[in-house]
Ligand binder design. Structure first.
Ligand SMILES: CC(C)(COP(=O)(O)OP(=O)(O)OC[C@H]1O[C@@H](n2cnc3c(N)ncnc32)[C@H](O)[C@@H]1OP(=O)(O)O)[C@@H](O)C(=O)NCCC(=O)NCCS
Length: 178
């Protein structure tokens, strides 16, 4: 599986991506709204070992690396979780902070949402975000996701009960904007 956009190559995560992933995922300030911050590269090994090797497997997470075509550099990752019945998918995107503010997440997520709807025939794609994660919310709203729910203290994260906001888009809504 490989997806190509104007500036990016998107391909499955490999064991050898460990160092690059650790560099940006261990940045606890940038990733303060994420439930998982790796403490060592070994944590990345475990993380990669839990991923599915191929997309569209029931109840599994599959992750792609976001690579800038011009430099060949890994700039972030994008995870997809497939529901047990394979009719829906959850997405989440993380970029190395030096690549924020250039439209790379929008470009990558747009391609992935299109892939989920029009190649894998998902009915609904959604994302779960912290209500204060404004960059992530802006990203989802830029692509046409609708706010569907705000759950109060629904997520236990490192000893704190956090709120959780759900954004979603349906296949018919996505294709109506094309
Ligand atoms: C979520 C995240 C990936 C969003 O990154 P981002 O840089 O804000 O999003 P994009 O890469 O799409 O860039 C959009 C910005 O680039 C600007 N931009 C510049 N060139 C652009 C271009 N060619 N095309 C589109 N936008 C462009 C946009 O105007 C926008 O600016 P703004 O933030 O001032 O409105 C990033 O904040 C992140 O990694 N956060 C930490 C991880 C996290 O919490 N993830 C959420 C898990 S659900």
């Amino acid at each position: 599986m490989q997806l190509i956009t104007k500036r990016l190559k998107l391909r499955p995560t490999l064991k050898g991506d460990k160092a690059a992933i650790f560099e940006y995922r261990s940045d606890s300030e940038t990733n303060r709204f994420q439930g998982w911050i790796p403490q060592s590269p070994d944590d990345i090994d475990l993380f990669i070992s839990k991923l599915s090797y191929e997309p569209n497997q029931p109840g599994s997470w599959f992750q792609i690396m976001i690579i800038e075509k011009k430099t060949g550099q890994i700039i972030g990752d994008l995870g997809m979780h497939f529901s047990d019945d394979l009719k829906q998918a959850e997405v989440g995107c993380t970029l190395n902070k030096i690549y924020h503010g250039k439209g790379f997440a929008t470009e990558a997520l747009s391609k992935v949402v299109d892939y989920l709807f029009n190649e894998l025939d998902k009915h609904r794609v959604f994302a779960s975000v912290h209500p204060q994660n404004s960059s992530s919310i802006n990203l989802l709203e830029r692509l046409g996701f609708r706010k569907e729910a705000h759950f109060v203290e629904s997520y236990y994260n490192n000893g704190i009960w956090e709120d959780d906001v759900i954004y979603a888009i349906l296949k018919c809504e996505w294709n109506a904007t094309l």
